[in-house]
Structure formats: structure tokens, C-alpha cells
Write a protein that binds this ligand. Structure first.
Ligand SMILES: [Zn+2]
Length: 311
């Protein structure tokens, strides 16, 4: 059993991560490097495959195309599992990319592509914070706001592969904001890194990094506490609506912004359980992502391959 392997890949707007896994979910090799801005997707996937060739040579003394490699599962923003394509990913500058086909060709194996937040949810469900949960929603707070729905222990994709986009639910807010997608008052307009920085500026007239916000919040700074409360209120607005619809056991919070820490999660859990419909009060946990916290969608990519190929 142990000599079956899969690659998980996470293509992000800033960095691309690659992990080689065995079927037990052990990460044998992990690499991270900047996502190139100037080369097209075809050349980029070819370069990734060459890197994976090096990983296989050093770790397992085998080559791409070996039968023990069951596949490559790759996450990218707006990647569609059903069509195998990325129609439009502004953060990557990609349009009409046949991503699944590119991976299958260059990696010489079975390929799956999936929305990055969906894959992060898969990874948490199989090996991480959601291992003992059957129904949860993963929220990634980073450059954008993504979400992945695990319902009854399965990833929910919707009819067209485009479901579960919790970053684009509309929240009530007196300060209207345009979302990166063109919509108005979407959760992402307030909770993306850019949105949080805008809130900081509106409240302090200063430019703070999110790291600084986290540090002085933990020191008990009054202004930082005010900002964190404002951000959590905005997030909870969205989570309350998702909660009544789905009835999740938990929200699993990942992405760079989630590094605000345990006190941030605790505040979300308290406010959520105060504001949600009375029937759900006290029943919804807020947890930190584990396997996807640093390594994004790579665990999920491998999990999806093992699930599909071995079942
Ligand atoms: Zn939007």
C-alpha cells in the first residue's frame, strides 16, 4: 500500500506550493516558490513538472510516468473540477486555460484540478482540523476570501463546480465597498487582506500591516481591539447566513489573515454563537486550519487523488 504516491499542487497569486505524498498522507517533500508573472501557464506547468521530476529522482529514484504515481491534484483560483479549465483568474492573469490537460500532459499521469479553497477543505477533512467533522465550512482569509463546503463528509461543488463561494455572499454594511469580482458589499470586500487594510486606514488614518495589527491586538492595544471587533463583526455577518443555511458543526479558518491567532478565533466563535439563529446557538465551533494553514491546498490535492483513484 505504501508505494503509492500523489502530488498536491497549490497555485496561488503569490506563491506556488508542491507536495509529494504517500497514501498514508505523509508529506515526503514540500517546496514553495514564487508564481511567475511573466510566463504563460503552459510553460509554467512544464517547469513545475521538471521540478517534480527532480523531487522524484531524489526521494524515490523514479520518474514521472511511473505507475506508483497515482496522479496530481492541483488547486488554483477559479479552477473548475468539471470542465478542467480556469476560465478567468485575475490574480494569475489567466484566461481560458486548459489546466487539467496541461497537468496530465506534463506530469504523465491522472490530473484533477479544483478550486483552491475546496481542496484546502478536502485536506482538512482527510488529515487535518476537520478529520472528525462531517459537516464544516472552511474559510480562507488571504489575498481573497475563499470557502470550501464539506457536507456529509463530501466536498460540495454545486451543479456546475462553482458553488460554495462564501467570499461573495452579500453582507449588510453602512460603508459600501466594491468587491474584486465587481459585486457590491461582498464578504471579500471587507475580509480580504486589502479589505482589512482599508478598514484599518478608515479607523486609524494610518497604514498598518496585518502582522502589526495581530501583534498589538495580542498586547491588548485599544485601537487594535476596536479594529479586530469591526472585522470580526463583518465576518460573522457572513457566517451567520452560511450557518442557518448549512447548519455546520464548525468553521475552519485558514489563510494568512487567520494568523491573527486563537484570540481572533475565540472572538469569532463568541460573536457567531450570540448572533446566529437561536436554534444553533452554542453549537458552532470555530477552529484553526491545520494542514492547510502553511501548505494551502497541497494536502487536499493529494487527498482527492487518493480518494478518486483508490475508491
Ligand atoms: Zn465578490
Amino acid at each position: 500500500m505504501k508505494d503509492q504516491y500523489a502530488f498536491g499542487v497549490d497555485i496561488g497569486g503569490t506563491n506556488t506550493k508542491i507536495g509529494l505524498f504517500n497514501v498514508a498522507g505523509e508529506l515526503l517533500s514540500f517546496r514553495i516558490h514564487p508564481t511567475p508573472k511573466d510566463c504563460g501557464p503552459a510553460l509554467f506547468i512544464q517547469q513545475l513538472s521538471q521540478e517534480c521530476e527532480h523531487i522524484l529522482a531524489s526521494e524515490l529514484k523514479i520518474k514521472l510516468g511511473d505507475k506508483s504515481i497515482l496522479g496530481v491534484g492541483a488547486g488554483a483560483p477559479m479552477a473548475n473540477y468539471f470542465t478542467g479549465r480556469v476560465d478567468h483568474a485575475p490574480n494569475l492573469g489567466w484566461k481560458d486555460v486548459p489546466l487539467k490537460e496541461l497537468f496530465a500532459t506534463h506530469f504523465k499521469t491522472h490530473a484533477i484540478i479544483e478550486n483552491d479553497a475546496n481542496l484546502a477543505a478536502m485536506g482538512e477533512n482527510k488529515w487535518g482540523a476537520g478529520k472528525h467533522l462531517s459537516d464544516f465550512i472552511l474559510i480562507t482569509l488571504g489575498t481573497g476570501v475563499g470557502s470550501g463546503l464539506i457536507l456529509n463528509n463530501k466536498l460540495y461543488r454545486g451543479a456546475n463546480g462553482l458553488g460554495g463561494e462564501g467570499g461573495h455572499v452579500i453582507i449588510p454594511h453602512e460603508k459600501r465597498r466594491l468587491c474584486s469580482c465587481g459585486g457590491m458589499n461582498h464578504l471579500e470586500s471587507y475580509l480580504s487582506a486589502k479589505g482589512i487594510k482599508q478598514t484599518i486606514k478608515e479607523l486609524t488614518h494610518e497604514e498598518w500591516t496585518i502582522e502589526k495589527l495581530g501583534i498589538i491586538f495580542r498586547e491588548g492595544d485599544l485601537r487594535a481591539t476596536t479594529i479586530i471587533n469591526a472585522i470580526v463583526d463583518e465576518l460573522v455577518s457572513g457566517l451567520v447566513s452560511m450557518s442557518v443555511l448549512i447548519g455546520p458543526e464548525a468553521f475552519v479558518i485558514g489563510g494568512g489573515v487567520s494568523k491573527l491567532g486563537e484570540a481572533f478565533n475565540q472572538l469569532i466563535e463568541n460573536k457567531l454563537n450570540n448572533q446566529v439563529h437561536y436554534s444553533l446557538r452554542g453549537k458552532i465551533k470555530v477552529l484553526s486550519a491545520s494542514v492547510s494553514a502553511e501548505k494551502g491546498a497541497v494536502y487536499g490535492g493529494a487527498a482527492l487523488i487518493f480518494d478518486e483513484v483508490t475508491h
